[in-house]
Design a protein around this ligand. Sequence first.
Ligand code: SF4
Ligand code: MG
Length: 336
Amino acid sequence: MTALLEVEDLSVSFPLQRGLFRRGARLRAVDGVSFEVAAGEILGLVGESGSGKSTTGRALMRLVEPDSGAVRLRGTELTALGGRELRRHRRHIQMVFQDPYSSLDPSMVVAESVGEPLEVHEGLRGKVRDERVRDLLVRVGLSPRHLERYPYEFSGGQRQRLAIARALAVDPDVVICDEAVSALDVSTQNQIINLLEELRAELGTSYLFISHDLSVVRQLAQRVAVMYLGRLVEEGPSQRLYAHPAHPYTEALLSAVPVPNPGVQRRRERIVLPGDPPDPTDPPGGCTFHPRCPYAMDVCRSVVPEPTPVDGGGTVRCHLHTSGPVLAGGSVLELR
Ligand code: SF4
Ligand code: MG
């Protein structure tokens, strides 16, 4: 795989300002995350809310500044760019949010809001811009006659199509969709998913598809990465990951997802994890999943598992899959 987008060891933290916390305390929202996205590929990024998925997406856009790590697009290190250079490069990564109003100004008509990136990045105005906006509307399945309408005049699904049209206006390499279909009803969700897949096939755009909904991700993504408490705990080809999750957290997440064809595939037992996700301001040591993991061993409490290759593709960070001295010799798992 030739990577179009490379994310290497990305970390993002936020200062905690409330009096409750130690002075200078920070919340590690993203902790050493690495992944790659190939040209024309859809990578799903999944995890519970608060796992750092959105912050990862925003850090790629430089909407939040990473503490460390690198983001490379076609080999250009975005994290090293500033000012004009950064603005010029921003066009290559676009974002679609859960709420279409995050990208569509309610006071602007379609010609202006969808056409804005064309003005900013290509200096297009008037009739030339409008012509391009008409093409974009057709491309996302809307009538080209909508130029003078306001966002409120559209349905939720249509507004999301407008947000996608705006994101695609300047022909980006990568589109980051952050819960882009989560607010829509199931049939509208399916329409938008089909649209994204068509656009990927037609334009070769890559997507980072961020979602808490694993059944939605399964419909779209060729590969999936799973985040827990700011760390990427598993990634791999969708087929392998959905059929044979390697990380106990992925296994638990998937156990809650209905099996698409229960006649063929055995129904999974629903795994209910004990406790809530731990306090991100004071994460547990070792594997941060250990307080909730049904397979936790002594080593899990003190040693952070490194990424280990998985049969069938991808990597996992879990001591059940490392073959270090701790597990050698058939040590018995201590089940909690
Ligand atoms: Fe569970 Fe240990 Fe694996 Fe973490 S490293 S997921 S605690 S078995
Ligand atoms: Mg989020």
